[in-house]
Write a protein that binds this ligand. Structure first.
Ligand code: AMP
Ligand code: MG
Length: 410
C-alpha cells in the first residue's frame, strides 16, 4: 500500500496545470491562480501626499524651536494644489497632494491655529508625515508572480496599481457523484436501512471553496449499469469526484467501472481514516474516488483532491503543519497507517495544545465538524503521550484556536 506522501506525489504527478488561460476583471479574481505576473500600471502613491490631517510646511521656514507661519490655503484629498508661498503653510488632509515647496507635515494635534496663522512648537524633520511617490509600488513593478493565488489583499494592491484585468487559469468543471443504494437526498423520507447522502454536499462545498464550478451528479445505486451510465456522462468534465463504492465490499463497483471506462492510477493509501481511495482518469477527466465513510471522504479530499485541484488551477500548496503539545495520550502498540485524529486546538499560556476529540470513528461526522484540526500521527510510530510534541494540520486558515467549547461534548 502506498504511503500518504508517495500517493500524494503520484496524484500531483498525474495533474498538469490547465493550459486554458483567460482574462478576467481583477475584482472577480480572488481565489484564482495567476497565469502571468501582473505589472503595476501606476505607482503608489502616484504623488507625494500627506499621511496626516495637519499642516504642510517648508522646514527651512521654521527655526529649531518652531515658529509662526500664515496659513495660505487648505488642501483636501483630490485637490491639485498650487505651490506653497514663500514663508507660509497650508492646512492639509490625509491623502491630499503635497503642495510644491512643502517638505513636511505636522499633525494638527501639535499645532495651534486660529485658521489665519499656525504656531509650531518645534521644527519637524524634513519628510515628516509624507508618503513619497512610489514608496509602496513602483510603476511597472511585478506585483505577484505566475502561480500565485489571488488573495483579497492582492486584489487591493492590484486595484491600487491600476491593474483592472488579470490573466488567470480557468476554473475546473467538477462533477460530484455519490454512490450507494442506501442513499437518499435532502427532503426525502428515509426507508429502512437508508441514510442521507452527506458526502455529496460536503464534497461540493469543498470543491466550490477551491474555486471549481460544481455540477451535482446526484446519487446512484450500487448497480453496474447505473454507475456506467453516470460515469460515461462524467467523462466530459475536468474533475470527477465520487464517494463510496471504492472499498472491497461485494457492491463496491466504482473501481470496476473505472477500469472499464477509464484508467486507475492508484488505489488504497496507508492513511486512517480513508484507506480506500482511487485516483485515475475517465476520458479527459481526472478521477478521484473517495471512500464512503463521511470522515474518510473529507480527510481523503483534503489530502489528495485539494492539492490536485490547486495544481490544476496553476498553484502549488502544501498542507500547513504546526508543532503543538499533545493534550492527552494516544498511545498504541503499532500504528501502520498515517492517522488523522480530529482534535481541538487551544492556546494555553501561549502554547498551542492539541487534544484529540473523543469521537474518532470514521463515520462520526460530528467529531470532524467540531474539530479545529487534525493531529497527524506518523505510520510506524506509537502515537504520543500527553505533553509530547505532535504535528497538527488546522482545518481552516482561520483557526478557532482557543474558542471555548460551546457545544458541550468534546
Ligand atoms: P462504502 O465506502 O460505499 O463502502 O461506504 C462506507 C460507509 O459510508 C457506509 O456506512 C455507507 O452507508 C456510508 N456512506 C457511503 N456514501 C455515503 C454518503 N454519500 N453519505 C453518507 N454516508 C455514506
Ligand atoms: Mg457503498
Amino acid at each position: 500500500m502506498l504511503t500518504l506522501e508517495d500517493a500524494r506525489a503520484r496524484v500531483l504527478d498525474g495533474i498538469q496545470p490547465t493550459p486554458d488561460i483567460e482574462t478576467i476583471d481583477t475584482v472577480e479574481a480572488a481565489g484564482r491562480y495567476l497565469a502571468e505576473g501582473p505589472k503595476a500600471r501606476v505607482a503608489s502613491p502616484a504623488f507625494d501626499n500627506s499621511a496626516m490631517d495637519g499642516f504642510a510646511v517648508r522646514t527651512a521656514d521654521l527655526g529649531e524651536a518652531g515658529g509662526e507661519l500664515p496659513v495660505a490655503f487648505t488642501v483636501a484629498a483630490g485637490d491639485d494644489p498650487e505651490a506653497l508661498p514663500s514663508r507660509g503653510c497650508t492646512r492639509i488632509m490625509t491623502g491630499a497632494a503635497l503642495p510644491a515647496g512643502a517638505d513636511a507635515v505636522v499633525m494638527q494635534e501639535q499645532v495651534e491655529s486660529d485658521g489665519e496663522t499656525a504656531h509650531f512648537s518645534a521644527c519637524p524633520p524634513a519628510g515628516n508625515n509624507i508618503r513619497q511617490a512610489g514608496e509602496d509600488i513602483r510603476s511597472g513593478a511585478e506585483l505577484a508572480a505566475a502561480g500565485e493565488r489571488v488573495s483579497p489583499a492582492l486584489v487591493s494592491a492590484l486595484a491600487t496599481a491600476g491593474v483592472a484585468q488579470l490573466r488567470v487559469r480557468r476554473r475546473p468543471r467538477a462533477f460530484v457523484l455519490a454512490t450507494g443504494s442506501e442513499l437518499r437526498g435532502p427532503g426525502e423520507a428515509l426507508g429502512p436501512g437508508e441514510v442521507y447522502d452527506s458526502n455529496r454536499p460536503a464534497l461540493a462545498a469543498l470543491l466550490r471553496e477551491l474555486g471549481a464550478e460544481v455540477t451535482d451528479g446526484g446519487h446512484v445505486p450500487d448497480e453496474l449499469d447505473a454507475l456506467r451510465e453516470a460515469l460515461r456522462h462524467a467523462a466530459g468534465y475536468d474533475l470527477v469526484v465520487t464517494s463510496g463504492g471504492v472499498s472491497v465490499g461485494e457492491f463496491d463497483q466504482v473501481r470496476r467501472v473505472l477500469e472499464e471506462q477509464g484508467e486507475i492510477d492508484l488505489w488504497k493509501v496507508a492513511i486512517k481514516p480513508g484507506k480506500p481511495f482511487a485516483f485515475g482518469s475517465l476520458g479527459g477527466a481526472h478521477f478521484f474516488g473517495m471512500p464512503g465513510n463521511p470522515v474518510s471522504a473529507l480527510v481523503t479530499f483534503q489530502q489528495f483532491v485539494r492539492p490536485a485541484v490547486i495544481r490544476w488551477m496553476g498553484g502549488a500548496a502544501d498542507p500547513l503543519r504546526l508543532p503543538a503539545e499533545a493534550g492527552n495520550d494516544f498511545y498504541r502498540d503499532a500504528i501502520s497507517r498515517t492517522e488523522f485524529l480530529r482534535a481541538r486546538l487551544q492556546l494555553v499560556d501561549g502554547r498551542l495544545v492539541a487534544t484529540p476529540l473523543s469521537r474518532q470513528g470514521s463515520g462520526m461526522i460530528t467529531g470532524l465538524a467540531r474539530a479545529h484540526g487534525f493531529i497527524v500521527v506518523a505510520a510506524g510510530s506509537h502515537g504520543f503521550k500527553a505533553g509530547e510534541r505532535v504535528m497538527v494540520e488546522p482545518t481552516s486558515e482561520w483557526c478557532r484556536f482557543g474558542e471555548p467549547q460551546s457545544r458541550g461534548e468534546e
